[in-house]
Write a protein that binds this ligand. Structure first.
Ligand code: C2E
Ligand code: MG
Ligand code: MG
Length: 653
């Protein structure tokens, strides 16, 4: 280390010789110094000096602050005495120089400023002034020559000490330019440097280099919900864990935000790289504790390997990024190697992103509405607004683009548009005399955790004139359980506003019963994957039975999703499920069709009960009848086009 510093400062033997020459420090001077050295040793001048010096030094609070305790003073005095004795010992070779650098480095590391340091030399010179004069028998000629030699060696010494200061500062600047301030990890600049070196080396000896793009999953939630200071702490812990999971010779850098890159060299097999990627993911598994809170974090990793996936930095980075995108898409908390063909995926992704962005401006986004039926009375008591993007005449279902717009943040303006449109529609229906109808709106995770979400809901209700009790927010189970403590707080605020909430896709996540009790929600929506098989799969049937029992014991309503046939309906009704939704009653319909259904169906069918009507609205402006003639006056035979007058009206819209 000291050798390296000496090398960096440029302290070669030639340089030392030149310095001495410049100071006119000659062999004669060395002799003169050796002469007083003998005298000093005899009378233990160094001890007297260090006593004096420490008495002087400890009078300054800035300096005594560096001394931990009494015992340290004695130790420091001895070191100091030895240090000054070496000035006159007559040996100024390499060892001497390194020793000076070591002391300078120590002072620099503890933060002792140079002025205290140079002050010590002054004290030394003043102290010797008199004793050397006395030792020379007050012979002015000898005294002046010796004292002159003393000045030369002190300057030689001081230069070395100051060199370490300048060197340290340069090192600090260099470090700052190349490292991330928060985590101390290499930054993009240093990464690029190291990667370039690794690629060169690989090219020379035919080895492989793996580039791992690491991105934390859903980190934005932590930042948005808990603020940046907590986010920063999480990043710091993550950085430490990633470093801990790698070998010393590997590089892990932070690119900014929640993005890290690891560079592995000398990895010849894909399995080894996969092993390391797995290790990195595993290192993040245990919870992170911050201010007595526990956070769970995971990451996704995209991997590109040189030379197979590219041999330049740009190409490798691009390919690792594509692989990362795939890892995110395929469930997160996982890693993916780059594969050819991912390029097209990126192009279509970019394309889709710009197209959705424009869709909002061009009015290509619309809401469809699907009724929720009270299973006891057969009346439509609520509708769920479901987003559709009509691109060039084709309705694209939300699952094809919502995950993407969540990732890009576009979900925020789009979600706001959905909320506002649904609220306006709710008001329009109430104004048209359809009373007591609730409007259910789906929320994405990003919306719920965005800082101003509560204000947005409040503003939209005020602007549209929608009463809070007309609005129901559907939040999926996994979103709530990702961050249950924060969710409780947010849901409470919304509940205080008068808005009701339902947990969507219930059964697909892992709800903790303790939290379920604390969430101020009013309903659980049993996921349709369970409803689908209630009549054929005993396990699904028991799950649905258990969910309904659980919900009722917690005083929650149950909504069965995806009811497609009479058997499913009968099963759910039999268990006391409160509400039902599904193609059996109606598919999601455009607003005008939903309006027709809400307004005319009850007046056309006396004692309207959608369960008996059994008109299957399939949203293609036609409807099929699901029952035989005896159950419905308009029916022909099951499965045929219905003769219900309303169907006709709808077809003609
Ligand atoms: P979800 O909230 O669980 O909505 C129910 C989904 O089930 C809808 O799919 C609906 O069309 C479909 N469905 C209803 N009845 C049946 C049935 O009998 N059989 C079958 N097979 N499917 C049925 P959709 O419209 O494709 O929406 C899918 C998901 O996209 C929604 O699931 C919701 O999570 C999300 N989504 C829809 N609109 C929005 C929105 O405006 N904002 C957000 N954030 N998410 C939305
Ligand atoms: Mg929903
Ligand atoms: Mg659902």
């Amino acid at each position: 280390m000291l050798n390296e510093i000496a090398q960096e400062i440029g302290l070669s033997p030639e340089e030392i010789a030149q310095r001495m020459e410049f100071l006119e420090f000659t062999a004669v001077d060395v002799d003169r110094l050796s002469n007083i050295h003998g005298h000093m040793t005899e009378v233990h001048l160094e001890d007297i000096f260090s006593e004096l010096f420490y008495a002087h030094l400890t009078a300054f609070p800035e300096l005594s602050a560096f001394i931990p305790d009494e015992a340290a003073v004695d130790r420091l005095k001895r070191i100091q005495a030895r240090y000054f004795m070496r000035l006159t010992a007559g040996d100024y070779g390499k060892e001497y120089v390194l020793d000076r650098l070591r002391v300078g480095m120590t002072h620099q590391r503890i933060g002792l400023e140079p002025r205290w340091y140079t002050g010590a030399y002054r004290k030394y010179l003043s102290f010797l002034l008199f004793s050397v004069y006395a030792h020379m028998g007050h012979d002015e000629g000898r005294f002046l020559a010796t004292y002159d030699a003393l000045l030369k060696v002190v300057f030689f010494d001081m230069e070395l000490a100051l060199d370490t200061y300048f060197h340290g500062d340069r090192q600090k600047l260099l470090h700052m330019a190349n490292h991330d301030a928060l985590t101390g990890l290499p930054n993009r600049t240093l990464l690029s440097d190291r990667l370039e070196r690794a690629l060169l080396q690989a090219r020379r000896d035919g080895g492989q280099v793996a580039l791992l793009f690491i991105d934390l999953d859903r980190f934005k939630n932590i930042n948005d919900a808990l603020g940046h200071p907590v986010g920063d702490e999480v990043i710091t812990v993550v950085a430490r864990r990633l470093v801990g999971a790698l070998r010393q010779e590997d590089t892990v850098a932070r690119l900014g935000g929640d993005e890290f890159v690891a560079v592995l060299t000398g990895v010849e097999r894909e399995e080894t790289i996969a092993l390391v990627a797995g290790k990195l993911l595993k290192s993040l598994e245990s919870p992170i504790e911050i201010q007595a809170n526990e956070f769970y974090i995971s990451a996704s990793i995209g991997i590109a390997v040189c030379p197979g996936d590219g041999d330049t930095q740009d190409v490798l980075m691009k390919h690792a990024d594509l692989a990362l995108y795939r890892a995110k898409q395929e469930g997160r908390n996982t890693f993916r190697f780059y594969q050819r063909g991912m390029n097209e995926l990126l192009v279509s992704r970019l394309n889709l992103e710009t197209r959705v962005r424009r869709a909002l401006e061009k009015g290509e986004l619309i809401l469809h509405y699907q009724p929720q039926v009270d299973l006891a009375s057969g009346r439509i008591v609520a509708v769920e607004g479901l987003l559709r993007w009509v691109s060039e005449g084709v309705a694209i279902p939300p699952l094809a683009f919502i995950p993407l717009i969540e990732e890009t943040g576009l979900i925020l303006p789009i979600g706001e548009w959905v909320l506002e449109t649904a609220c306006r529609q709710a008001v329009a229906w109430h104004d048209a005399g359809i009373s007591g109808l609730k409007m259910a709106v789906n929320l994405s995770m990003r919306q719920l955790w965005s800082r101003d979400f509560f204000d947005t809901v409040w503003r939209i209700l005020a602007q549209t004139g929608c009463r809070p009790e007309w609005l129901e927010l559907e939040i999926t189970e996994s979103v709530l359980m990702d961050n249950p403590n924060e969710a409780v707080l947010m849901l409470r605020r919304l509940a205080d506003l008068g808005v009701t909430m339902a947990i969507d896709d219930f059964g697909t996540g892992y709800s903790s019963l303790a939290y379920l009790k604390r969430f101020p929600v009013h309903a659980l929506k049993v996921d349709r994957t369970f409803v689908q098989n209630v009549s054929s799969d005993a396990d699904d049937a028991s799950i649905v039975r258990a969910v309904i029992a659980l919900a009722h014991s917690l005083d929650l309503k149950v909504i069965g999703e995806g009811i497609e046939d009479a058997a499913q309906l009968a099963f759910l009704s039999g268990l006391g499920c409160d509400l039902g939704q599904g193609y059996y009653f109606a598919t999601p319909l455009p607003a005008e069709e939903m309006t027709q259904m809400l307004q005319h169906l009850p007046s056309l069918v006396r004692g309207f009960d959608i369960r008996n009507c059994r008109v299957r609205w399939i949203g293609e402006r036609a409807a099929k009848c699901m029952v035989d003639r005896s159950a419905c006056p308009f029916a022909r035979s099951p499965g045929e086009l219905c003769e219900h007058p309303l169907v006709d009206q709808i077809v003609r819209i």
